[in-house]
Design a protein around this ligand. Structure first.
Ligand code: NAG
Ligand code: NAG
Ligand code: NAG
Ligand code: NAG
Ligand code: NAG
Ligand code: NAG
Length: 448
């Protein structure tokens, strides 16, 4: 897929120091031992050690007739490979759960229940250009997050991701409900065996917002957005989380009145005579900036923040409320579409604001990462509920849903990405330890 801005997009891990490819053998062995020791300290699971040896993609799969161990290298996939850039390839083994093995599927994403006739969309996996992205391994994931906590901060697509993860993990364990409020928008789940907590925080705009009119000019409500104010429903709650995945986007299409310093500064399609109309990008950028400012200002928060990038919708032949629908049954290949228009604008705002915040947070020890799912999801027009998110006679607002993702479905790959990123964090800690070891041994060794 060609992004219009391919050169400007940096890999999230591009600043990692890279291991030298041709070090002295002894040094390599020493490093390997240190690596194994440190990784096993971080993750007491021997299986993980194997997984950090990324198998090389064989150049011609049929050439090896003899039984061969895959060639192993201590090479971190993201150093040479952007896991977020690639293609969907057939995966006959999918899906990894169904609506009968998993109870966590939201009604409106239970596409098979509502009669979706085709099943090919369940049989794809993401193949990055130049390396492998393993399918989510629930046992390995639960070992890595043992004693930790993960929060999803965002809208219903964030909830969609959490439910996908619960279903993928259900082969090992189901969580118990430990929510602190009956409000379904703020769920908290606990995996007892692993002492792992999952939570969702509902904040479709990431900043403080109020529904000013449930109808509004488009019958989708009119919201007041306080662009410079934290949404304390989540900002006061995430201090203790180890991982926080933030995301937002789709709600910024609706009519909104923008406030700063408690004063109206503009609006998006509010149809007030005396208020200037501003594009949604104005509000989106400021809201994202404020969300990052909140995270970077939390002194007690030591977690890793991931910005999950915009998840494009796929309405064709009309807008969502003008008969648009998504009826494709196959993924696009990367050369069949490209990120453009509003999707591109929102994505670019995310990348730009992420970079600014990442830089600002670094001095305070904040860790920001990109869970850059946009390209992969752009290629999945076949993964939405369309009209199979409800019974045909039901009168729902989003009749053809081309925004959310069927479960099971392509959103399950977000857990593949996440697990790979958590493994990378182990490697990062190793790099930091290694640098400390060499610094303290007085040697001025650089591995660049
Ligand atoms: C699961 O999907 C099947 C169709 O594949 C449907 O008949 C059934 O009602 C669904 N079950 C649940 C619990 O959603
Ligand atoms: C569970 O994990 C939390 C951190 O998330 C920790 O404070 C607590 O002591 C752990 N509990 C047990 C029983 O291990
Ligand atoms: C915010 O508004 C108050 C009064 O409403 C004003 O005194 C203050 O200077 C404003 N602050 C900014 C940053 O504009
Ligand atoms: C716009 O007009 C309405 C009613 O005429 C008024 O209540 C509101 O304060 C005005 N807003 C601004 C920003 O002047
Ligand atoms: C896209 O690439 C595939 C495989 O490389 C090729 O078969 C196909 O013709 C290309 N499609 C377009 C629209 O360029
Ligand atoms: C669906 O609901 C909307 C709003 O509640 C109403 O205006 C519309 O007439 C309903 N359509 C049908 C077919 O019942």
């Amino acid at each position: 897929m060609k992004l219009h801005h391919d050169q400007s997009m940096e890999l999230p891990f591009a600043k990692n120091p890279t291991l030298q490819r041709t070090p002295k053998i002894v040094l390599l062995i020493t490093l390997t031992l240190i690596l194994l020791a440190i990784i096993s300290l971080h993750y007491p699971l021997s299986g993980l050690i194997n997984s950090i040896f990324i198998s090389k993609v064989p150049s011609s799969p049929s050439s090896s007739s003899s039984v061969q161990e895959p060639e192993k290298e201590i090479i971190i996939s993201s150093e040479k490979c952007d896991i977020f850039s690639g293609e969907w390839v057939p995966n006959p083994e999918g899906p990894y759960y169904t609506n009968t093995t998993c109870w966590a599927i939201h009604e409106h994403q239970n596409c098979m229940k509502y009669g979706r006739p085709d099943t090919d969309f369940l049989k794809w996996r993401w193949q990055p250009d130049g390396c492998e992205l393993p399918i989510f391994n629930p046992a390995q994931f639960l070992e890595i997050v043992r004693g930790k906590s993960l929060a999803f901060v965002g809208d219903s697509v964030a909830r969609n991701q959490m439910q996908s993860m619960i279903c993928l993990l259900s082969r090992i364990e189901y969580p118990i409900d430990v929510s602190y409020t009956p409000n379904e928008n703020f769920k908290r789940w606990r995996y007892k065996t692993y002492n792992f907590t999952l939570a969702t925080f509902w904040t479709p705009h990431l900043v403080k917002s109020k529904e000013a009119d449930t109808n509004g000019p488009t019958n989708t409500g009119l919201f007041n957005l306080y662009l410079d104010e934290f949404d304390e429903e989540w900002t006061t709650q995430i201090d203790d989380f180890d991982y926080v995945i933030i995301s937002a986007g789709h709600w910024f299409y609706r009519p909104m009145v923008y406030y700063e310093n408690n004063t109206i500064v503009g609006c998006k399609y509010c149809q007030y005579d005396n208020v200037t109309d501003m594009p949604m990008y104005f509000g989106y950028r400021k809201a994202l900036k404020t969300a990052f400012r909140a995270i970077n200002s939390l002194n007690n928060y030591k977690g890793i923040t991931l910005l999950r990038t915009f998840s494009p919708s796929h309405f064709e032949n009309g807008l969502w409320n003008q008969g648009g629908n998504c009826v494709r049954t196959r993924p696009f290949r990367s050369n069949e579409t490209s990120l453009e228009g509003e999707n591109w604008e929102l994505y670019m705002i995310q990348i730009e604001e992420f970079k600014i915040a990442e830089k600002q947070g670094r001095s305070g020890g904040k860790k920001l990462r990109l869970l850059d799912t946009t390209q992969a999801m752009l290629l999945r027009p076949d993964g939405h509920p369309s009209r199979y998110g409800h019974w045909p006679h039901e009168n729902v607002t989003l009749y053809n849903d081309c925004v959310h993702w069927c479960l099971p479905g392509p959103i399950d790959a977000w857990s593949d990405f996440l697990l790979e990123m958590l493994k990378m964090e182990g490697i990062r800690s190793f790099e930091e330890e290694k640098n400390k070891i060499y610094a303290s041994s007085g040697k001025n060794m650089r591995f660049r």
